[in-house]
Ligand binder design. Structure first.
Ligand code: ATP
Ligand code: MG
Length: 286
């Protein structure tokens, strides 16, 4: 777990939610690595544990969730045993940039968009107020926001969902973190903006051995962006490997079903893919 040639190493990660009636195992015994300069795409039907897994990596699973692992390390440094204070001061926002699935709840409604980007730049990069503001406007422009100077002064409620999502992406890349974790970052965006944002994420990742953990339903995005693919089902790993191998010659029937059903993924109700995969996928049954 101290291998610095691996960017992110996750070993035997599990997350359980206990309530009075039952225990939900959202993530079970998941191990994977992200290498410097690489994009790992995580795919799997709705409810397969992708978001919970990514939040667990950042220490963001709230009670009653219980996270266990044999280790999570970033550039060879263990981060799973850090306190909440250490994580928020030294890891989240600075070394791991985050784009969550829901842009409304992840932006602070009381601050203008530009400030939410420049805050990190001032805190983690030591930029002065003016320089941080200018860089924020530049980042908004890079994320395809027209009139970035005006938009920087607006509050989240004055923006559309797609606009807010781009603000979040600008904030995530601002401090040039080692790793960006992006959970469906472009779902709310139209196709041209989607491309622009993905290109930005891709460019940031490939520089200086950074990495991207990208959760997406869009297999077009996977085939365009991924170096490696992790396929999840019911919290477990179904398949994990190089993107070309997983996409062109998937080993598991579940992955094949996922690829075949790609066009319906966004609307597929839970379990439908399992049905599509037929009986053969039972290998990965819990
Ligand atoms: N706070 C919680 N309490 C109990 N169960 C939870 C909680 N959060 C998530 N879960 C459960 O964990 C499982 C995995 O959820 P998760 O949100 O990670 O799925 P997902 O793969 O991200 O789905 P989607 O593609 O729809 O975003 C689900 O069964 C969900 O109901
Ligand atoms: Mg999710």
């Amino acid at each position: 777990m101290t291998d610095a040639s691996v960017l992110l190493s996750v070993s035997r990660l599990s997350v359980e939610f206990h309530n009075a009636q039952r225990t939900v195992t959202a993530v079970k015994d998941l191990s994977f690595e992200i290498f410097p300069g690489e994009v790992l795409c995580v795919v799997g039907e709705s409810g397969s544990g992708k978001s919970v897994m990514s939040r667990a990596v950042m220490g963001l699973v709230d009670p009653p969730g219980i996270v266990t692992s044999e280790g999570i390390s970033l550039r060879g440094e263990s981060i799973n045993s850090l306190s909440e204070r250490q994580l928020s001061k030294q890891v989240r926002g600075s070394r791991i940039g985050m784009v969550f699935q829901d842009p409304m709840t992840s932006l602070n409604p009381s601050f203008p968009a530009g400030e939410q980007i420049s805050e990190g730049l001032r805190l983690h990069k030591g930029l002065g107020r003016k320089a941080a503001h200018e860089r924020s406007v530049e980042l908004l422009a890079l994320c395809g926001i027209p009139e970035p100077g005006r938009r920087a002064l607006q509050f989240p409620h004055q923006m559309s969902g797609g606009m807010r999502q781009r603000v979040l992406i600008a904030a995530a890349v601002a401090c040039e973190p080692d790793l960006i974790i992006a959970d469906e970052p472009t779902t709310a965006l139209d196709v041209t903006i989607q491309l622009q944002v993905l290109k930005l994420l891709d460019a940031v990742t490939r520089q200086q051995g950074r990495g991207l953990l990208l959760i997406t339903h869009d297999l077009g995005v996977v085939s365009a962006m991924a170096d490696r693919v992790l396929v999840m089902r019911r919290g477990q790993m179904v398949e994990y490997g190089r993107a070309d191998q997983v996409l062109r010659a998937p080993r598991q029937p579940y992955t094949r079903a996922l690829i075949n059903a790609a066009s319906d993924l966004r609307t597929a109700p839970r379990g439908q893919l399992a049905e599509l995969a037929g009986d053969q996928y039972c290998k990965v049954e819990q």
